[in-house]
Design a protein around this ligand. Structure first.
Ligand code: ZN
Length: 267
């Protein structure tokens, strides 16, 4: 019981399939740096703060514009009305299923459209400026935080209304609908370890680690891409680091390249 947690290191290393070059990088404190970064493998770039890691990332991106995908822990999407179901592309399908069953227009099952509460406009809370306290969110008294007009909540699909469906986790939604289009998306969430999240959870409430994994979930099927992850483990719990590493390895096994900028040498 030493209390030490470990992640087993790879026994066999992958071989690069090519390289991308950085030529005469001079950005900020870089001094005419020439570099060939192997592709088809996971590459680690490490160094103390101020050693030029960020400058090098900027340089790689500018020398290979449009070919590099940067994945970080910043929030997914700037829209606070967006939820997990929207991001993974299943909300349309869910609304459609409700609409077909009740012979109504799908927009009545959207909180961003005709289905939305008129007082909070489908947000579920009212934001108030409390001067010294800053902005305070107060649950909308009209819809009770459901975001929907009450009259649409009597329409059910397999015994649940739209609010109850959005309150289910991704794993539950996948089973509940038993629909290939929906399962495909919820399976991807399961693979990145996010299937415990509620489908209606808004994207601005995700942690940095969750945002990062959600972004990766949409990339799992891709091949031949070059990803840069800047300090991907910062702020993550050990279990989340393990999940992340598994995902990154899978992306590389699919034929992608990953450049990880990391100060955490344990990773
Ligand atoms: Zn409301």
């Amino acid at each position: 019981m030493s209390g030490t947690l470990t992640i087993e290191a790879k026994k066999v290393y992958r071989q690069p399939i090519g390289s991308i070059k950085v030529i005469k990088a001079q950005r900020h404190n870089l001094k005419n740096l020439n570099l060939a970064i192997p592709t088809g493998v996971m590459v680690g770039l490490t160094g103390v703060s101020g050693s030029g890691k960020s400058s090098l990332i900027e340089e790689i991106i500018s020398q290979h514009e449009g070919k590099i995908v940067l994945i970080d822990q910043s929030p997914v999407g700037a829209n606070k009305r967006g939820c997990l179901a929207t991001y993974v592309g299943v909300f349309d399908k869910i609304r459609q299923l409700f609409a077909q069953k009740h012979r109504m227009h799908p927009s009545f099952f959207s909180y961003n459209s005709h289905g939305g509460c008129v007082l909070c406009k489908g947000v579920g809370f009212i934001e108030m400026d409390m001067n010294f306290l800053g902005d305070v969110k107060i649950k909308c008294e009209n819809c009770g935080g459901t975001r929907y007009k009450n009259k649409f909540l009597r329409y059910q699909y397999r015994g649940k209304n739209i609010v109850e469906v959005l309150a289910m986790t991704a794993a539950e939604v996948g089973q509940f609908f038993d629909n290939p289009e929906i399962s495909k998306a919820t399976n991807l969430l399961q693979e990145v370890g996010l299937d415990y999240m509620e489908m209606g959870q808004t994207l601005d409430t995700l942690s940095g680690g969750e945002s990062q994994r959600l972004k990766l979930s949409s990339r799992l099927q891709n091949q031949g891409e070059f990803y840069i992850l800047d300090e991907p483990t910062s702020g993550l719990h050990f279990a989340d680091v393990a999940k992340l590493l598994k995902l990154l390895n899978r992306l590389v096994d699919n034929g992608n390249t990953i450049l990880v900028i990391e100060h955490n040498l344990d990773v």
